[in-house]
Each structure stands twice: as C-alpha cells, then as structure tokens.
Design a binder for this molecule. Structure first.
Ligand code: NAD
Length: 369
C-alpha cells in the first residue's frame, strides 16, 4: 500500500470549521487538511491533563488553527465562543475515551460525552446560527460484541456481553459461531461498555437533533486508531503505543485472553483522511459509516510485528482479561469507500514502522515503562 494523500484537493474554501477536542490525537492529524480546506479553523479543547501532560498547545496542531482552551461541557463556553466563530461545519471529537476506565468513572464519561454533546447543541440553538453539518467521530464500541453467525444455519445473533464467570473459565469465543465484520447497515449497536453506551448516546442525540433542524449529521464509527501523535502518557488508551514502549524497553509483550483477540488497527493518516472527507463532501452520507483498515489482525500478530521491530523477546499469553473488552472487532469499509472519496491505504507493517519511528524520536532508547 502507498501513503495516503489528502482527499481535499479542491481550492474552494468552505467557511469556518469548529473542532471540539481539536488538540487531541485525531484533531491534530486533521488540522493541516482543514486549514487547506476551510477559511478559518477553530479548535475548542480543554487540554485534558490525562492526554496533555504539559497543558500546552501540541506542536502537531497546525499553526493556523486558533486554539480556544475551554471545556465543552460548560454552557458558558458555547455562549462566549459561538457568537464570534459561527461555524459552518462542526467536527465533534472531544470525549473521554477510556473503555476500561469508563466502568469506574462512568459519570465523568457521561458528562464529557453525553452532556458535552447536548451543551454544544443547546449552545448552537442559543447562538441563532446553526452549522450546515456536524461530523461525529463515534466508535466501534457502540457494537459491543457485535453480531455472530451460527455455524448450524448461518443466522446472525447477538451474543451480548461475556460474563466474568465465562471469562474466568477461559471461554473466550462464542461456541459454534463465527464473528462478522462490523457494518452499520447489518449489525445493530449493542454496547457492552459505559464508553460505548455514551458514544451511542452521542449518535442518537445528534441524529435526532440534526434531523429536527435540517442540519446534516455525518457519523463515523472508528475502529482502533493508532500512529504518530497518539498520547504516550494516557494509560487508558493506545495499545499499540504501549506495546511499542514495552518492546523498546526489551520486554516481552503480555497478551490478554489467548492472544487471538481480533482488532482492526487503522493508521491515523487513514482516519484523518476519512474525517476530512466527511467534513468537505458535497452531501453528508445517510447513516453511520464504519472506518477501519478493513482487515482484522490478532493482537498476537500486532505484538509480534512490534517485537520483531525492536528485537524484543516473543510476546507471551497471560490469560488475563478485562471487563468491557470485546472479543473481535473489524470494519466493513465498503460502504465508506462508496459514500466518501476515501479508502484505507496503510497496512499494519507500514503503520507500525511509522509509529515506532515517531516514538523513537520522542523517547530515549533507555526509556523504561
Ligand atoms: N483514537 C481512537 O482509537 C478512537 C477510536 C474510536 C473513536 N474515537 C473517537 O474519536 C474522538 C477523538 O479521539 P482521539 O483519539 O483524538 O482522543 P484524544 O483523547 O487524543 O483527544 C480528545 C481531545 O478532547 C479533549 N477533551 C476531552 N474532554 C474535553 C472537554 N470536556 N472539553 C474540551 N475538550 C475536551 C482532550 O483534551 C483531547 O485533546 C473521540 O470522540 C473518540 O471517542 C477515537
């Protein structure tokens, strides 16, 4: 596969775009393409200490982006920001994103993700000017365990959350059935984490609000995003950067369950291209689109590539598990390829090489976890 180029080639600018959470991983990655596509780019971001250790503007954020350091869950933020900014397009990224953490800090996740969204929508109403489109980055977490296909008769069923009791017996898969790719038109949402539930609430709130006001809602359900720019200090997200740091420190990477958990790791460049394509497309697509690499890899495969890259010992299976983790997840990206001028371009080996190079430039060789 070859490196992606921006999908925004048009020279006609599109007014003002406001990006919530615009100083985060995805916000920084989309910033150069947004600056090229819009007349004005404004990021509203609280510089959350779990992601931004130094509480300062990230160097990855395009210098032309105006950064307003504010909390989106406060009504006052919107009343002070919107009269001046009056966005034509909003890209809503700001969120609490820790799947495991959300079980213990559900209120924090609900306030940022659900109340943050409703405060934004109420603020837009009060401002008297609605944007023409709101792009929401939702998550594969809305599917939970997703749908599985019965070996006996091929019917789809929803196995639901794996209980502690089942997992304690090391029963990882659902017997006599195969998982299917996550595709919004085939698989119904059924979240098994608080985080996933808040992302689904965001989708539902946005879609009903937007339909009532004639605003376009473009929902992208992202798989596991990784790559240069991801937080190296947030212990709750970013398995790929954690694996890289372990292997770089000469450690054997521990694999949860039996190591055969499937994930769709999609490089940040491919995700950035999809988000920008959804923001600038002439018309918003109908219904959620799934964004991933379109292929699954096992956690073992990803860990082996990373270990080889750093010359670290082989990964080892621990049999541990985490409540809220789903067994298998990957996206059917064909609907997104048809709806957007977009396709995933990076495979896992190329993406890991990019991530490792970026981490090596930031962490000294002797860095320990
Ligand atoms: N990265 C992934 O793997 C992934 C996968 C699926 C979905 N998503 C979604 O994509 C979006 C962006 O993810 P990311 O990886 O860039 O996350 P990130 O944590 O790097 O960025 C989120 C940004 O939001 C800001 N923020 C958090 N709470 C805020 C608040 N109350 N007010 C203002 N700003 C606030 C943070 O400071 C941070 O800069 C999120 O909505 C997330 O749910 C990400």
């Amino acid at each position: 596969m070859t490196p992606s180029t921006s999908s925004t080639t048009s020279t006609a600018k599109r007014g003002t775009v406001l990006v919530t959470g615009g100083a985060g991983f995805i916000g920084c990655a989309i910033s150069p393409a947004l600056v090229a596509a819009f007349d004005r780019v404004v990021a509203v971001d609280s510089l959350h200490p779990q992601i931004h250790a130094s509480q300062s503007r990230p160097e990855e954020l395009d210098p032309a982006v105006e950064l307003i350091v504010r909390d989106i869950t406060e009504a006052q933020t919107w009343d002070e920001v919107l009269p001046d900014v009056a966005p034509d397009v909003v890209i809503h990224l700001a969120a609490e994103t820790g799947t495991g953490q959300s079980l213990e800090e559900s209120t924090r996740h609900a306030i940022a993700n659900v109340v943050g969204t409703t405060q934004m929508l109420d603020g837009l109403n009060r401002s008297g000017k609605l944007p023409r489109r709101i792009v929401l980055t939702s998550s594969r977490a809305v599917y939970g365990e997703g749908a599985w296909k019965s070996d006996a008769d091929g019917t789809l069923f929803y196995p639901g959350q794996r209980s502690n009791e089942i997992l304690s017996r090391s029963q990882w898969d659902f017997p006599a059935a195969q998982p299917v790719a996550m595709s919004a038109s085939v698989v119904a949402p059924a979240p098994v984490s608080v985080y996933g539930s808040t992302k689904l609430a965001q989708e539902n709130i946005l879609e009903s609000w937007a339909k009532s006001y004639g605003v376009e809602a473009a929902v992208l359900r992202l798989q596991n995003v990784y790559g240069p720019g991801q937080s190296l200090i947030n212990p709750y997200t970013g398995i790929m950067s954690l694996f890289c740091r372990m292997a770089k420190a000469g450690k054997s990477i521990p694999l949860y369950e039996d190591g055969e958990v499937r994930r769709d790791f999609v490089l940040i460049d491919d995700v950035a291209a999809a988000v920008v394509a959804a923001a600038v497309a002439d018309e918003a697509h109908d219904g959620a689109l799934d964004i991933g690499s379109g292929e699954f890899q096992t956690i073992r495969t990803a860990a082996e590539i990373i270990s080889r890259h750093y010359g670290a010992p082989e990964p080892h299976v621990t049999g541990q598990f985490r409540q809220g983790d789903v067994r298998h997840a990957w996206a059917d990206v064909e609907p997104a390829k048809a709806a957007l001028p977009w396709e995933p371009r990076y495979d896992l080996e190329a993406g890991i090489a990019r991530l490792a190079e970026w981490i090596d430039g930031r962490l000294p060789a002797e860095a320990k976890l």
